[in-house]
Write a protein that binds this ligand. Sequence first.
Ligand SMILES: O=P(O)(O)OC[C@@H](O)[C@@H](O)c1c[nH]c2ccccc12
Length: 285
Amino acid sequence: MSDRNETNIATNLIDDVFAQLKESGETALIPFLTMGDPDLETSIALVQAAERAGAHMIELGVPYSDPLADGPVIQRASERALRNRISLMDCIRVASKARDRGVKLPFILFSYFNPAYQLGLEKFFGLLKINGFSGAILPDLPLEEDAETRALAEAYGIHLIPLVAPTSEARVERIAAKAKGFVYCVSSLGVTGVRSTFHEGIDSFLATVRRAASVPICVGFGISSREHAERFAGQCDGVIVGSAIVRQVEEALPLLTSSSAEERKRGLQAVEDFISDLKPRKATV
Ligand SMILES: O=P(O)(O)OC[C@@H](O)[C@@H](O)c1c[nH]c2ccccc12
């Protein structure tokens, strides 16, 4: 693959956006969407809607048959997408198609490890680079594959974003110290899904990650409202919202799949308005 970024002098859009947000004192809003739910064309339109809503980056989720870390909302979205036979390549191409439509957001590919491993990790990161991605999240990346995978990602200018959870205190320093892009702090134990409360030790956990990391830290899992986003804004550099947005897509499906262009537009607007209402008003510290 000729796109290996040997010199690595090119900046990474994720770093650029966090630098801008530090200047403006804003917290990053990072939506997650399941690609191909309900179809690829709608996914591209939803990426455009997320940018209009004020998202700062976006996680493009690859639907997977065995989404062990996902709650029912994202599981259903994956099932809908897989019924359309959405492939990893289809998801990767959403980024380049969205770029062709003028979307400027940094793209982060979210995939379980197996699809990337089956494709071949070097080919995977090379394709991410060619298609305009800045980062990748592989939540179940086996530790023994971690070093090689991280080296490959960086060779193609892709930040492989690590996850840390409140249970991984001992590993937090080691993971955070070598992190690129940002550290994904999981707010609660268990699977993805809207929550009303977060892990009781979340505040001290975030303080630990903040001390150990030399890159921004972002919080995900369970965030579903502006109040949630603002609760974390003072302790982190960004919030990730998945299930709450994917649920809005699910509720808008009758409109998003309508034969009427006007109804499809209303469906996209409903999701855009929901994302816009998530934006925290408070600044980061
Ligand atoms: O859905 P939530 O609770 O808002 O959490 C974000 C999450 O959707 C997204 O980052 C994600 C989707 N699937 C995952 C699996 C593991 C870790 C993270 C994820």
